[in-house]
Design a protein around this ligand. Structure first.
Ligand code: ATP
Ligand code: MG
Length: 410
């Protein structure tokens, strides 16, 4: 929560933002900082604002009218470790006292409690007083102004933060950010996005490692309903609130599924269809200059996710396949899906394409050479290229589908 009822001037709110991991990245830091600024501007589309960065912090000003919407967008913004809404003032002790008293007064007025402590961060080491001296001095002055206040180091009701930078910044509450790397700094990945629980979570986790996802959904119309496809679209929109602009390729997959069903033994069909998905995603990655594929696979969750199956399906691309859920328990994946708001959509009861074409007894431990030969006999390569050519491309940004006439060349 921000300090209630306070701002630096009547109409403005200042956000003091702490970047995430990029602070550890040495020589790459300016590059990462640029990406962070660019992403932040994109996320703030529609909100008039001013953005600066100095000495490892981002300073964002918006009007008070936009304060809550800005905070909402920052909460889901990838690449920052947290943010506060401080009051800024000159650095002399009298000014700091005055400002600290406003923060303390607001905390008391909003019944946050009377037990507090002061935490001083002296980012400018040339400041003549050290942190301890500042804390003692301000603490004693606040004690005189607010006799009911008590200092306690352990479990205080609230913490008065004082940061000495180009100015002094005072605040009592900070919010945690999403952390991770700015989306895009590690390149682009193609996310195989089904309508299920796992793949959106996988896309989100890789976005936190700096990969900017575009997504591909394989649609088996009319075997799967328009609602199944709608799920993938909704999920792509939800992801775009965190990853920035995202293209969803809806690839017609029915004729491929049918061919597999006609030409391969029933127990192999799921594996071949996964293999085809992988190869189409690989073709798309090359077209989009993506450096990797992303899937929601989790070891042994289903037959097509045993190590033997993964070896086979993974052999249809030479790009790295990122499977961030590979070692995760389903409950933990669900917890993330709930947090990022995709769970409710993912559990809607419409089957994705593979449910319809699933064999009763799928192969669990395919023999690599044998199943590779079996794939070869499908004679399906051309179908894969054609399917990608026929893909429909939908573009999402900030949770919304962009109208087709706004879609530039892709
Ligand atoms: P999810 O919950 O993501 O659907 P799952 O546990 O149902 O995963 P599978 O259905 O075996 O597992 O799919 C494994 C992965 O393959 C998915 O996480 C996704 O990355 C990809 N995938 C499966 N079906 C599709 C599809 N129709 N379109 C795009 N990708 C798909
Ligand atoms: Mg699935």
């Amino acid at each position: 929560m921000g300090t209630p009822g306070l701002s630096t001037n009547e109409n403005d709110t200042l956000f003091l933002i702490k970047p995430g991991e990029l602070m550890l990245k040495g020589g790459n830091r300016p590059l990462f900082m640029r990406a962070l600024r660019r992403n932040m501007r994109a996320t703030l589309t529609g909100i008039p604002h001013k953005l600066d960065d100095r000495h490892c912090r981002i300073y964002l000003r918006t009007s008070r009218h936009d304060e809550e919407e800005t905070a909402r967008r920052l909460r889901r913004f990838i690449g920052i470790s947290g943010f506060a809404r401080p009051l800024a003032c000159p650095r002399d002790l009298d000014a700091v006292e005055e400002t600290a008293a406003r923060v303390a007064g607001a905390c008391i007025a909003s019944e946050k409690g009377h037990i507090y402590k002061i935490h001083v961060h002296r980012a400018d080491k040339n400041y003549p007083l050290d942190s301890y001296t500042i804390a003692c001095e301000i603490g004693s002055r606040l004690g005189k102004r607010f006799p009911a206040l008590q200092v306690r180091m352990k479990n205080p009701d609230w913490v008065l933060h004082i940061e000495i930078r180009d100015q002094a910044y005072c605040y009592a509450f900070a919010e945690e950010g999403e952390r991770g790397l700015p989306v895009g700094v590690t390149g682009k990945g193609i996310l195989l996005l089904s309508g299920g629980i796992d793949s959106p979570v996988a896309g989100y986790l890789m976005a936190k490692r700096g990969l900017k996802p575009d997504a591909v959904y394989f649609h088996s119309h009319p075997y799967t309903s328009p609602q199944a496809r709608k799920k993938a679209e909704t999920l792509a929109g939800l992801l775009s609130e965190r990853t920035g602009r995202l293209d969803l390729y809806v690839v017609p997959f029915t004729s491929i599924q049918v061919k597999i069903r006609e030409r391969a033994p029933a127990e192999e069909t799921t594996l071949h269809s996964r293999a085809c998905m992988m190869q189409i995603a690989d073709l798309l990655a090359r077209r989009k200059k993506a450096n990797s594929l992303i899937t929601g696979e989790s070891l042994a969750q289903v037959a097509s996710q045993t190590s033997q199956s993964i070896r086979y399906t993974g052999s249809f691309t030479s790009l790295p396949i990122f499977r961030p859920l590979i070692g995760m328990a389903k409950e933990d994946i669900i917890a993330i899906a709930r947090k990022i708001g995709t769970f409710e959509t993912s559990i809607l009861p419409y089957e994705d394409c593979c449910g319809v074409f699933s064999p009763r007894h799928p192969l669990i431990k395919p023999k690599f050479e044998t199943i590779r030969e079996s794939f070869h006999r499908l004679d399906i390569e051309e179908d894969l290229t054609r399917a990608l050519k026929e893909a429909e491309i939908l573009r999402f940004e900030e949770g919304k589908r962009l109208p087709p006439d706004n879609d530039p060349e892709r």
